[in-house]
Design a protein around this ligand. Structure first.
Ligand code: ACO
Length: 323
């Protein structure tokens, strides 16, 4: 039985850090308001001329080194982003070229903040079906480029960054002790378009557009859908909440993360939180959080991880991974 086993991870954050106090100098907001409502203290913002592919490349190089794998060993790159360098080709192909990978396939998936879980599920399926054997799954975003910096209700929430994992096909025993991706669950509900979207695009307006959000509505859907999809993916693999070593959630908002943790009955010590330092980096937030907890020694080989995310679409999903 083929399993997609995580061989390593990597991450990259742009150098420039913008604190809440920095934002308060430019707009009518405060550190207190932002921290109280979201838990965010700061975010990283890409430099002029620094694109999503540049962040993705740096995270990927780190992940390959951590995994002990050469770019020439890869036969698949799946890059999750809602902020590609260009409308086409896929940003993944830029990363492919920069890494010097000349075989296999590279493409983007677009599920906004659920993008990493979607990308992981797609790569896992291709590996299990024998279409790939060594894959790089990347979440990379430059959301700073699609924010309306005049809208204090949204622009304070997001940051830029990238994270990546390397997956490799390995024979498993088919037991719950196997390492690798154990189960995935994906959902979307296109009726919820209007609560979180970008008001532009190549086909509709021929502009890139800016992010629009009804925060309270998104909040309500997020907590309910997250708890449900976590239950679903656990049931699929025959586990219970108590079996989870680490919840690695999409980092949108500390209150959503706490709400989901409480609904699941998970103690805060088993939830990885980076939203305070990274803000919401959309598809990059889960692999960025993963990388922090792996590199600081909290996540260890054999731990059971639950990854979950929700974003525009609405689109949401969860993956259960034995590290
Ligand atoms: N600084 C100061 N005041 C602000 C700011 C700001 N940055 N933004 C809004 N306000 C004001 C509003 O103008 C409003 O003032 P008023 O009462 O005088 O009209 C007041 O604060 C309350 O505004 P609300 O929008 O009602 O604030 P709310 O309590 O809903 O918090 C927030 C807003 C943080 C966005 C919240 O709704 C939320 O967390 N939603 C979840 C959405 C989310 O995280 N989205 C991320 C993308 S989706 C995802 O990744 C899951």
């Amino acid at each position: 039985m083929i399993r997609s086993v995580v061989q390593g991870c990597g991450a990259y954050l742009p150098e420039r850090v913008v604190t809440n106090a920095d934002l308060a100098k430019k707009m009518d907001t405060s550190d207190e308001w932002i921290q109280q409502r979201t838990g965010i203290r700061q975010r990283h913002i890409a430099a002029d001329g620094e694109f999503t592919s540049h962040l993705a490349l740096k995270a990927s190089e780190q992940a390959l080194t951590h995994a002990g794998i050469k770019a020439s060993d890869l036969d698949l790159i799946v890059l999750a982003t809602a902020t590609p360098d260009e409308t086409f080709p896929a940003t993944a192909t830029r990363v492919q070229a920069e890494l010097g990978m000349t075989r296999g396939a590279a493409f983007d998936v677009q599920a906004v903040c659920a993008g990493f879980v979607y990308g992981l599920s797609v790569a896992d399926s291709l590996i299990k079906n024998g279409l790939a054997s060594t894959a790089l799954v990347i979440g990379a975003e430059t959301f700073s480029r699609i924010l309306d910096w005049e809208d204090r209700g949204t622009c304070v929430l997001f940051g830029d960054g990238a994270g990546a994992v390397v997956l490799r096909a390995e024979e498993g025993m088919g037991t719950s002790a196997d390492r690798g991706v154990l189960a995935n669950a994906l959902h979307s509900d296109g009726r919820q378009h209007d609560i979180l979207y970008v008001d532009g695009g190549p086909s509709s307006t021929r502009t890139t557009g800016l992010l629009r959000m009804e925060g309270k509505e998104v909040f309500k859907h997020a907590v309910v859908n997250m708890a449900a999809v976590v239950g679903e993916v656990l049931a699929k693999a025959g586990f219970e909440t108590g079996d989870i070593d680490w919840l690695v959630p999409h980092q949108a908002n500390k209150r959503i993360i706490d709400g989901t943790g409480r609904k699941l009955g998970l103690p805060p010590e088993r939830v990885v939180v980076t939203v305070d330092r990274h803000a919401n980096t959309s598809a990059a937030s889960i692999p960025l959080a993963l990388d922090v907890a792996v590199k600081d020694g909290r996540i260890k080989k054999g731990d059971l991880l639950l990854l979950e995310g929700i974003g525009g679409g609405l689109a949401w999903g969860a993956s259960l991974v034995r590290w």
